[in-house]
Design a protein. Structure first.
Length: 186
């Protein structure tokens, strides 16, 4: 575990101190289920809007409530958070269990709220909270033709001649017994 991964309550005090020093806190949220170049570019762009970047990650149950597709999330929340925390552009990672990040935005009070370009600024949850205290809300253009869903579709289509309903059975080599079984709960 890394010191970048924390709770909203712990992070709130840290951010207040940093904001009193004049630092701008940027906040974004998402599932970040299968990290790809679109995510990296998005997070780097978000980080450039302030002095530190907080990424709130949907819990597993929260992802399922968003109807992202069967079998999602692919990776459990603890692993998704650890991968994000390994990125230099990410300063803090927190999880949230609700279907929207409104409560965590109210708790953390960021200066800048960011979402991808597929969200209009008026649709961004927490807009009123952030703007109400003098902050800004922005959307960042997405990398074209890159998304977790598209990557999953491409992987599934690679095995179109075989049974794509169970990608584990399509392995050509026996599984490495030293690795955790991806079909079993963590």
């Amino acid at each position: 575990m890394t010191d970048k991964i924390t709770t909203a309550q712990e992070l709130s005090g840290i951010l207040q101190i940093r904001q009193r020093k004049g630092e701008r806190v940027v906040f974004t949220n998402g599932c970040f289920d299968l990290l790809h170049i679109g995510h990296i570019r998005y997070l780097q762009s978000a980080r450039a809007l302030g002095n530190l970047l907080v990424v709130a990650v949907n819990s597993d149950e929260s992802v399922r409530s968003l109807d992202k597709g069967q079998g999602r999330p692919l990776n459990p929340v603890d692993q998704r958070m650890e991968v994000l925390a390994a990125l230099a552009c990410v300063d803090y990672v927190v999880r949230f269990d609700e279907s929207t990040p409104l409560t965590i935005i109210q708790t953390l009070q960021p200066n800048v709220l960011v979402k991808g370009g597929d969200w209009s600024v008026d649709q961004i949850v927490g807009k009123d909270v952030v703007e109400g205290r003098g902050g800004t809300v922005k959307n960042i253009s997405l990398t074209p033709n890159i998304s977790t869903s598209l990557i999953i579709d491409r992987i599934q289509n690679m095995g179109i001649a075989s049974d794509i309903s169970n990608p584990i059975e399509r392995r050509s080599a026996p599984p490495d017994s030293s690795l955790p079984d991806p079909t079993m709960p963590a």
